[in-house]
Design a binder for this molecule. Structure first.
Ligand code: GAL
Ligand code: CA
Length: 350
């Protein structure tokens, strides 16, 4: 009898012990899994189009820096990059879906910079901070919500630096005035109509020269939508119209268009005028080194990516974003432009 009770008891004890062990194992396995599973940050990145040299470098930088942060912080950063294919309706649908899938922050390279209000309202409703970049929404829209930010460079500064490059060349090299009339004859290749960088770079590049007392004459100007192929076609057309020999300077709102103009002059066998761009893309820097592109203005794509990521991380940690980035008026992060000519390429890396 005693033995029966004993064996019964021990059986019960064994079962209880096994159960407890199982429970403990399950618990610790659970805890272990939670420890091993890093926190996931979901970031939606909406590009106006993927088919843009400068924008694709920003996306690449963002991807690279996110991987570095994952290593450094022991978290996972899921970037969902979507291509708006230059269509605002498409981009809004993509953003709806990113919000629907529960993203923690949005980085938006908006297609139509006048259409930010609806997007900011959607983000606010879902409480997802929205960081615009490169394509600047109108100022009133940015005031709709405290968690709407813009990261980019000041468009007029890009124009001023480009104008100064030409001014310096004009003042130091008399052969630039090909026809010797004391007037600077130029053509202008513009980015997308309505883009802050197209409008302000165009205006301030020329204004920098006229403010310095240089007489200028615009021979032709047209939009080539930031694209090398379109710029080549426009320049080709100007050359066909016989402008070739009279162009002293080609201003292009970006490097791809500057390279397109160079393509056209080279193909036509025309002597290259002084050509300037903006962005400092890799092919543009090669053209500077080859002496075909006189200069460019560095558009800090890596800086844009860095500031966006710093903002995303700060917001995710519920830190004050002003501690993570230099925030102007509570909404803006400004990256500086920098002029680049062959002289800068010769300087040894700091
Ligand atoms: C500009 C850049 C262009 C193009 C455009 C797209 O800042 O210079 O090359 O990328 O942004 O919004
Ligand atoms: Ca002249």
């Amino acid at each position: 009898m005693n033995r029966t009770i004993k064996s019964c008891c021990s059986r019960w004890l064994r079962r209880a012990a096994a159960l407890a062990c199982g429970l403990l194992a399950a618990l610790t396995a659970g805890c272990g899994a939670a420890e091993a599973e890093p926190r996931v940050l979901r970031v939606g990145v909406a590009l106006y189009t993927q088919d843009d040299t400068f924008i694709s470098t920003i996306a690449q930088e963002l991807e690279r820096m996110a991987r570095e942060e994952e290593q450094a912080r022991g978290l996972r950063i899921n970037l969902s990059v979507v291509d708006g294919r230059s269509n605002q309706t498409t981009q809004l649908e993509q953003i709806d879906s990113l919000i629907g899938r529960g993203c923690d922050a949005l980085c938006v390279n908006i297609v139509d910079r006048t259409a930010a209000a609806v997007l900011i309202d959607k983000a606010q409703k879902a409480e997802v901070p929205v960081i615009f970049f490169n394509r600047q929404p109108v100022a009133e829209d940015m005031l709709r919500w405290e968690h709407a930010y813009y990261v980019g460079a000041k468009a007029e500064e890009g124009g001023i630096l480009q104008g100064r490059l030409v001014l310096e060349a004009w003042q130091t090299d008399p052969t630039l005035d090909r026809n010797g009339d004391g007037v600077l004859q130029y053509v202008m290749l513009e980015g997308e109509p309505g883009h802050q960088d197209a409008m302000l770079r165009t205006e301030y590049a020329v204004k920098t020269l006229t403010d310095a007392g240089v007489a200028v004459e615009k021979l032709a100007s047209d939009t080539a939508n930031w694209k090398r192929g379109q710029a080549m076609a426009k320049a080709q057309q100007w050359l066909d119209e016989g402008l070739g020999g009279s162009v002293e300077v080609v201003f292009a709102n970006n490097d791809d268009m500057a390279l397109g103009a160079i393509d056209a002059f080279k193909q036509a066998g025309e002597e290259l005028p002084l050509v300037v761009g903006v962005d400092a893309t890799a092919p543009a820097l090669e053209a500077v080194a080859a002496g075909e592109l006189y200069g460019t203005v560095r558009n800090d794509g890596a800086g844009i990516a860095r500031s966006m990521l710093d903002l995303v991380l700060a917001l995710a940690e519920e830190q004050d974003p002003a501690e993570a980035v230099e925030l102007e008026d509570g909404h803006y992060v400004w990256l500086p432009y920098r002029a680049v000519t062959a002289r800068d390429l010769e300087e040894p890396a700091a």
